[in-house]
Design a protein around this ligand. Structure first.
Ligand SMILES: [Fe+2]
Ligand SMILES: [Fe+2]
Length: 166
């Protein structure tokens, strides 16, 4: 069976969390490594959130019936918004400062919480709401979108942050 959307997203969670862990283990003396890890994190996290917002979340919202499940969609969007704000703040911070480490730690905690909600609540519901084939198709759409981003196309859409559809 080819990869499904949930395993694809979980793989990205793992990688992003590893980068965040490495970043929070740096010190004010490790300016170069902080810059490198921050660049890696920005690309991983931005791309992951974009794929969820453009493809996975709307499909999830359309597939679930219960109000409780639709709420997971809106919560996830709010958490992305919060994560983006901290990420932006972190990117502007002086890598030789103690504040940089504090911002990285807050972002790590935010992402940990968000990933936990997705993996423990949203993804199990998605497994029920979608067929295996639909999950594979969603993965294919996300892979194609990822490829398009990496090929340097569609940056216009990347730049405009998406909002939850009412
Ligand atoms: Fe997310
Ligand atoms: Fe996620």
């Amino acid at each position: 069976m080819p990869q499904d959307a949930i395993s694809l997203l979980k793989q990205q969670h793992k990688s992003t969390q590893e980068t965040l862990m490495a970043l929070t283990n740096t010190t004010e003396r490790g300016i170069k490594i902080r810059h490198e890890l921050l660049a890696k994190l920005r690309s991983e996290l931005t791309q992951h959130m974009l794929l969820e917002e453009e493809i996975f979340y709307p499909a999830f919202k359309a597939a679930v019936e219960r109000k409780k499940d639709k709420r997971l969609y809106y919560e996830a969007h709010e958490e992305h918004k919060a994560a983006k704000a901290v990420l932006k703040d972190l990117a502007r911070a002086d890598a030789s400062s103690v504040a940089f480490g504090a911002k990285a730690k807050v972002l790590k905690e935010l992402i940990e919480h968000h990933v936990e909600e997705e993996e423990n609540e949203m993804f199990p519901r998605a497994r029920e709401a979608f067929t295996k084939q639909e999950l594979v198709e969603l993965a294919e759409r996300m892979q194609a979108r990822k490829q398009a981003i990496e090929n340097g196309r569609a940056w216009d859409r990347v730049a405009s942050s998406s909002h939850p559809a009412e």
